[in-house]
Ligand binder design. Sequence first.
Ligand code: PLP
Length: 458
Amino acid sequence: SAPAPVSAGSAPVSAGLAARASQVIVGGVNSPVRDFGSVGGTPRFFVKGRGAWVTCADGHDYVDLVAAWGPALLGHAHPDVIAAVQQAAAQGLGFGASHPLEAELAEEITARVPHAERLRFVSTGTEATMTAIRIARAATGRPLIVKFAGHYHGHSDGLLAAAGSGLATLGLPGSAGVTPETAGQTIVLPYNDLGALEEAFASHGDQIATVITEAAACNMGVVPPAAGFTAALTELCHRHGALVISDEVLTGFRSGPAGYWGVEQAATPDLVTFGKVVGGGLPLAAVGGRASLMELLAPMGPVYQGGTLSGNPVAVAAGLATLRGADDAAYARLAAASEQVQAMVSAALTEAGVAHVVQTAGTLFSVFFGRGEVSAAGAGAGAAGEPTLGTAAPVLDYATAQAQHTDRYRAFFTAMLENGVSLPPSPFEAWFVTAAHDEAALAHIRAALPAAAAAAAA
Ligand code: PLP
């Protein structure tokens, strides 16, 4: 039988820590997505994680549906990952020289994603996409890049226009501090709109270096590519001499063993970026692609890129242990947990009469709260042929994602948190399960749902 929901509604220790942090750290957070501005309440300061669970400074336990925004694929503090980190750290934290484990991790990635023929490790997803764009511009000799509204590729200047994630949460169209010259080199188009892409190529075809796209959009909630979109995008780029950058920082090794590329099997990109899971929870990311393109990077070619901490042995050890632990059995557990959470959330919202649609990208998913009346419109297959559950129309792009009922999410989020389930503090984010979300964790979520669904309905 399901355990009784715990009450985690009061968190005075976390509140005190937030007040203290805000005196010395801007906004009290080192990344805006950690702020609770859009959901309200006290941001929890987590001090411990084990498997599917996290513990806040007030001593409350929560089932975690954030998973460190993705990296904790195997669950928090997985013994094999911790052992690998301890072993690596005990030998020294880094030497600023090459280390044997780096090639082992690169081999593990290439074995799963063969079009990553060569890799370069960096420390963040932001650096990975920034480097991919520099390579694309160097390879084509062209200045312009195309990105899609609601996609997030990190916080480099050229990629912040109409970006998802924290900018979507805060309702920002872009970032101050980006020069008009830089912003002017980015063409922003609606996602899943092939006509708009065709028009951009018709007008600027010989100036476009690359189209960068999330393999499946996951930073405005989960919005998979429409059936045929990725293949058509790739064909269009190549016809016009532009390169495709598939950003798998979020989907990589999480949507499935070979990322969303492996799920969709639509087309092969020229360059690909990884982050999050690839570092197992430590700062590590990668850019990869065709050897002929990647070899434009220094020291082989003229494109400069480097990093003091790139390929850090402790981070590489964490990533390697995570990928080695991410075997078929782990992906089966991940998929089962994902499907069960989707089904139980959708059932609870349907029961409470809350219009919603659950969208997936492999094992990734998110729940959009609809504004309209409950209907059967969301049930069945979404635009990508990915199944959708629910009672609201599917979300296809940034405009439809922005039309969601954010107040309903706020009420739902707060009730779930108070009943010991930690969700992303924004309606514009994916939800993350781990391979450690076992029956006890799922039962805990199930117990919290009726009250949260009722709160969302109110
Ligand atoms: N690309 C995608 C698709 C992401 O989801 C993110 C982060 O959420 C990034 C790039 C940036 O990665 P980082 O936060 O490690 O710089």
